[in-house]
Structure formats: C-alpha cells, structure tokens
Design a binder for this molecule. Structure first.
Ligand code: PBG
Length: 316
C-alpha cells in the first residue's frame, strides 16, 4: 500500500479535493448595531451592522467564496415574529444592500426561521408552551416570499416544522418565484453544538428545548424520511446539520438519495476547533482543513462553515 503514498504520486491518486466552490460562509447582521460585535464564544466571527454588511460580503466574494448564508438579529421581537417577514426587516434590507453592491457575483442564501424574531425564541408560534406546527407554516411562507422579493437567490428553511417546504414552494410559485431555489435544513438535530450561535443570533429560548421539532441524535433512518419528505415537497438541496458528529448521516443522505447535499459545520464545531487551537493544543490550519475534507469525503457537495474565509485563504 505504501507505494501510492510516495510524494510523486499522492496528487494523482487522491480521491477527494476541497476547493473554494465547496464553501458557504454564514454571516450575522444586527439591525441595532453601530459597529461590528465579536461573538465571544466564536473568536474571529462578528455580527455586522446593516451599514457594513455589503462591504463585508464584497470581501467574501473577492476571496472566491461563491455563497453566503445570512442570519438576522432584529431590533423588534414579538409573538408572531412580525419582523421576520417585514418588507423593511433586517434580512430584507441586508439582501438588498448586498445585491446592490454585488449582483450575481455572490449567491445570497437566507435562513428562513422565526426563532430570532420571537420573544420566546422558539421556531414556531407558541400556545400554552406548545410549538404549533400548521399555524407557523403561513409565517414561514411569508418570510420566504419577502426574502425572494428582496433579491435572495436561495431560501433555507431551518425551523423543522412539518410541511414547511411545501408551504414555501407553493407561496413562492404563487408569487412568481418559480425559479427560487430551496435549500432545506431537512435533517437538523436537536444538538448541543448550537450553543455559540444562540449567543450570536440572540435566539436562546425562554422555556423547554427544541426536542419536539428538531431530530433526536440517536436516529438515522428518520433522517432519510425527513429528507425524502422535503424532496417530495420541492426541496432542491438537502442540508444535514451539524456536520462533524453526523458524517454517517451526510453519507447516507448522499448515497441513498443521490441529491445535492449540504453539511452545516455549526458554531459549536467552530468553537471547539478554535479553542483548542488558541490553547496551542491543535494546529488550527491542519485540523480545520482535515475536518472540511472529511465532511466532503463523507458526501457533502457544499459545506457551510465559519472557517470559510480561512479555508479560502489557505486554499490559494
Ligand atoms: C435557527 C438556526 C440555528 C442554527 C442555524 N439556524 C439555531 C437553532 O436551531 O437553535 C445553528 C447554527 C450554528 O450553530 O452555527 N433555527
């Protein structure tokens, strides 16, 4: 076996290669912020004010990264998440600003969820401490349409409500957005690795947890059923989240369903690698690039990662 591990032949026999085209960079935009705010548990990651988001997106595009995923932190929260689908909401304004600056140079994906916009921080309408499924669908559809009207290229519903893709596809088609792509967070586990994100997006919840809508980490067949349902409802790309602890799931979705598959390497994965690197316990570049390669090898066609800018730089 060692003959093919000699330096002169390694490039030729390598099965997997990571490139710029695999990367999607998640970005946070804060409606009430006057300057960039560093996220404490994610060193090197910032929440940007609306006035800076287009310039930051320009930097990402110039590094050769093809796409970003946008998350909004609104000033106003209520029990119907009304700023999630407001025409002048934080995401709607951010998308317009980025598209004015960059046009088709950068693909803009918007996270379609209500948790950041709800006073209680849950991803759906709440009644008597229950997260209601069907009444939530209409709000998700309105949110997706408003993102499309602002100029988003892809909408990415992440609320794990049953029927959300169907509701969004139908509403988009009715409004004339037949070409709008849907990347569904079809397989989203109730994971402890989202902790730092909730600080960044101010989307911690007031009671309970997300286990009645996000998936049980113990289940794998269920992931395929979730993905199959979303494909049936009109999803174009299936996302698995988190990534590193769920490579078996990434692999099953890709090999059993044969669909474009995205893997989201989440905030907790970033925090782990970053913290160990800062302590000098891991070689950051080597550990990050190995992790990204492993996610791709498992079957991901694209990877959402907070390391996208670092990786783009290291890949040059
Ligand atoms: C919102 C959402 C979350 C993440 C992406 N979209 C948080 C959650 O479900 O609690 C997590 C992303 C990350 O941890 O990097 N529904």
């Amino acid at each position: 076996m060692r003959r093919l591990r000699q330096p002169k032949i390694r490039d030729l026999v390598r099965e997997t290669e990571l490139t710029h085209n695999d990367l999607i960079y998640p970005m946070f935009v804060g409606e009430g912020d006057a300057k960039p705010i560093e996220i404490k548990s994610m060193p090197g990651q910032f929440r940007y004010p609306l006035g800076m988001i287009a310039d930051e997106a320009r930097i990402v595009a110039d590094m050769g990264i093809p796409a970003i995923m946008l998350f909004g932190v609104p000033l106003h929260k209520d029990k119907l998440a009304s700023s999630a689908y407001a025409q002048d909401g934080v995401i709607q304004k951010a998308v317009r600003a980025i598209k004015d600056e960059l046009g088709d140079e950068l693909l803009v994906i918007t996270d379609v969820c209500l948790c950041e916009y709800m006073t209680h921080g849950h991803c759906g309408i709440v009644e008597n401490k229950k997260i209601l499924n069907d009444p939530t669908l209409e709000l998700l559809a309105k949110t997706a349409v408003s993102h499309a009207q602002a100029g988003a290229d892809i909408v990415a519903p992440s609320g794990m409500m049953d029927g959300m893709v169907d509701a969004i596809r139908t509403a988009l088609d009715d409004e004339g957005f037949q070409d709008m792509i849907i990347m569904s967070y079809a397989v989203k586990y109730a994971s402890a690795f989202y902790g730092p994100f909730r600080e960044a997006a101010e989307s911690g919840y007031a009671f309970g947890d997300r286990t009645t809508y996000q998936m049980d980490p113990a289940n794998s067949d269920e992931a395929l059923r979730e993905a199959a349902l979303d494909l049936d409802e009109g999803a174009d790309i299936i996302m698995v989240k988190p990534a590193l602890p769920y490579l078996d799931i990434v692999n099953r979705v890709k090999t059993e369903l044969c669909v474009p598959t995205a893997a989201y390497s989440v905030s907790g994965e970033y925090a782990m690698l970053k913290a160990a690197s800062q302590k000098g316990w891991l070689d950051e570049k080597a550990a990050v690039m190995e992790s990204l390669l492993a996610i791709k090898r498992a079957g991901a066609d694209m990877i959402l990662t907070y390391f996208a800018k670092d990786a783009a730089e290291w890949l040059r």
